[in-house]
Design a protein around this ligand. Structure first.
Ligand SMILES: Cc1cc2nc3c(=O)[nH]c(=O)nc-3n(C[C@H](O)[C@H](O)[C@H](O)COP(=O)(O)O)c2cc1C
Length: 167
């Protein structure tokens, strides 16, 4: 049987969302799917994939522009395959405590694409984050890495199960 091909695309400014995408990619690959992880701005054709996971960092209530443009650019093809969206995310434990719905722009994209699901993962902003914002947040007692590998893997396993058994 042919292995299902999955694309995991991400729009990341400082690397936290890329880390989540890599974790999803590793999990899907280990689950037996043929998985490719790519920056969202490089994705111009998704016709070769049986499913697509697209994620973006949140900045001031908006999804990362590279993720937004990827969704728009590939909308026609995305509408015809299973799509899963994710956002990263609150730099606190709120994403662990309750489901955080998609911001308005992402909710619109979900509808346009007929996306199956959206999830918000905790994000990261640490002293190692390039640029002054991370260092400043840490100086003010904020920031930290709130990505939870177990929760990310759980979601990826669920996608793997769906894609591995459908279409
Ligand atoms: C200026 C700024 C604005 C942010 N705005 C939001 C926001 O509106 N909602 C949210 O959940 N997280 C917000 N964050 C946190 C980021 O989304 C989080 O750090 C994310 O994991 C960064 O991903 P990246 O490293 O892939 O760019 C903000 C962070 C910064 C520095």
């Amino acid at each position: 049987m042919n292995r299902k091909r999955v694309l995991v695309a991400y729009g990341s400014r400082h690397g936290a969302t890329k880390g989540i995408a890599d974790e999803i990619g590793r999990t899907l690959q280990a689950d037996g799917l043929d998985t490719v992880v790519l920056p969202a701005d490089t994705v111009t054709d998704v016709s070769g994939y049986d499913g697509v996971v697209l994620g973006g960092a949140l900045y001031a209530g908006r999804w990362n522009g590279k993720a937004r443009r990827c969704a728009r650019r590939n909308a026609e093809q995305l509408r015809h395959r299973p799509v899963y969206l994710f956002s990263s995310g609150p730099v606190d434990s709120s994403a662990e405590q309750h489901d955080i719905p998609p911001v308005a722009g992402v909710a619109r994209r979900m509808k346009e694409l007929g996306a199956r699901e959206h999830i918000t993962f905790g994000g990261a902003m640490t002293a190692e984050t390039p640029g002054p914002v991370g260092r400043s947040m840490v100086r003010h007692g904020k920031g930290g890495d709130f990505r939870n590998p177990a929760r990310i893997q759980e979601w990826a396993h669920h996608i793997g199960t769906e894609l591995g058994t459908t279409r």
